[in-house]
Write a protein that binds this ligand. Structure first.
Ligand code: URP
Ligand code: ZN
Ligand code: ZN
Length: 453
């Protein structure tokens, strides 16, 4: 007799610290049993494979408009690529126009995602200077299932310290979580001006205009502002030890400060900006790639738990868009893609290289991002959780290239990288998204996830 709709049989199941050989039974879209000798209407042999929760990417920019440009991946292509790489939930962003109520902006973004997404999704609400008069709308956004709020300390829509404080206070009162892109915009602008005035226009001047020292300073300021507002805070895309040190020091004092890093900071370095032509422009992202020596600090921080999350900051502008601004590094659109490869990159270069255990890999890519962002039924293999599951083949050799990846962009910084390990099957709420490496989902299958703390 079949007790389950589906059973993943005999895999190595990662459940927090425990990694056990077991069957995972799925019923009605939920994980319903973890034991031996389970039987289901459909049974999949997972012998030799690792069964993990679906990975959770809490930092992606799909259909992301910057001025006249939009990122290449929309909610279909981006979430399909994510699913092929084992990611079953993403969190994207909402940005309101100056006079637009925050709820209206959220509604518009819902409309874009609902018909196209193949995996589940949520949104961070962005707070820009024109949203400061709208802070009384924060509780309504939290109530609508979006309890995390993005703040920029860089770009034209950056917030000043007083605005950050006001926003943090409003979010704390509403029970939400502030998130920050931490850089020192005044210093960046001064350095950019100096470099351009001296004719230093090439991409190699991008990292030289955004020093790690000042990323550390900005993160320190954010942490102090969060302490003043008595709120937890989450710091996006940590690129360097100068930020790790601040986060670790605050956490050692008991302050609830969290940080993520991304594959580009763990695996790539600032020598890429030295390449001639558009090759030097493609890696432009902010904060910039840092010297190779920073990578060991980031891996160690992930292993210790001073950084809690690996996300992507997937932000794929086309090669032509990067090339069009080559004469001035400060005008090159920033952002790099990795929505498809993150989970497997973290496996090969984390677990495979002995930097992370299997449990740490799952914690950083699945469980902790779900917990920190209020995804209460995601990110764990436990009875009652959504049956978002990955059957990961640890022996599968994959060479990354734009031809084999499904991200809708004509370049990748990982071309030629050889991975050992890739998701063979991906399930979302018990439904097949990827079977034997082939996408079998459909647009609109993804659901908005109402998040709460
Ligand atoms: O350069 C980057 N990271 N672009 C994406 C937007 C952001 O700052 O997260
Ligand atoms: Zn950012
Ligand atoms: Zn981002």
């Amino acid at each position: 007799m079949s007790d389950y709709d589906l059973v993943l049989k005999n895999g190595l199941v990662v459940m927090g610290e425990a990694v056990v050989a077991a069957d995972v039974g799925v019923m009605g879209g939920k994980i319903a049993g973890i034991a031996h000798h389970l039987h289901g209407t459909e049974e999949i042999d997972c012998q030799g494979h690792i069964v993990t929760p679906g990975a959770v990417d809490v930092h992606v920019h799909l259909q992301y408009p910057i001025g006249p440009l939009t990122t290449g991946d929309d909610f279909f292509t981006g979430t399909r690529a994510a699913a092929l790489g084992g990611t079953t939930t993403i969190i994207d962003f909402v940005e309101a126009r100056p006079q637009q109520p925050l709820l209206d902006a959220l509604h518009e973004r819902h409309m874009l995602a609902a018909e196209r997404a193949v995996i589940d999704y949520g949104f961070h609400m962005t707070i820009t200077p024109t949203d400061i008069p709208k802070l009384d709308q924060v509780p309504a956004i939290v109530a609508a299932g979006c309890p995390s709020f993005k703040h920029y300390m860089a770009y034209s829509f950056r917030l000043h310290d007083g605005e950050l404080l006001q926003s943090f206070q409003a979010i704390r009162r509403a029970g939400g979580l502030p998130i920050v892109h931490a850089e020192n915009w005044d210093v960046i602008q001064a350095l950019v001006r100096q470099n351009l005035a001296a004719g230093r226009t090439e991409p190699r001047w991008h990292p030289r205009s955004r020093p790690a020292l000042m990323e550390g300073e900005a993160a320190g300021r954010v942490i102090n502002l969060a302490a003043l507002a008595e709120t937890p805070v989450y710091i996006f895309h940590v690129s360097c030890q100068a930020v790790v040190e601040r986060i670790a020091a605050a956490r050692a004092q008991g302050q609830p400060v969290y940080g993520e890093t991304c594959p580009q900071y763990l695996l790539l370095d600032d020598s890429l900006f030295e390449q001639p032509g558009v090759a030097g422009a493609l890696p432009i992202c902010s904060p910039p790639l840092r010297p190779r020596s920073e990578q060991a600090h980031l891996w160690a921080a992930l292993a210790r738990g001073d950084l809690q999350v690996i996300s992507t900051d997937h932000c794929p502008f086309w090669l032509a868009d990067k090339a069009a601004a080559l004469e001035d590094f400060s005008r090159i659109p920033g952002g790099v893609p990795s929505i498809e490869s993150r989970f497997a990159l973290a496996y090969t270069f984390g677990v495979g290289a002995g930097r992370l255990s299997l449990s740490q890999w799952v914690a950083r890519c699945c469980t902790t991002p779900a917990q920190l962002m209020g995804l209460t039924h995601k990110g764990q293999i436990a009875v009652g959780y959504d049956a978002d599951l990955v059957v990961f083949d640890p022996q599968w050799p994959v060479t990354l290239s734009t031809e084999t990846l499904h991200e809708n962009v004509d370049w990748t910084l990982y071309a030629g990288r050889q991975l050992t390990g890739w998701p063979r099957h991906t399930l979302s709420r018990g439904r097949w998204l990827v079977r034997d490496g082939a996408f079998v989902g459909r647009p609109g299958q993804g659901q908005f996830v109402c998040r709460h703390f």
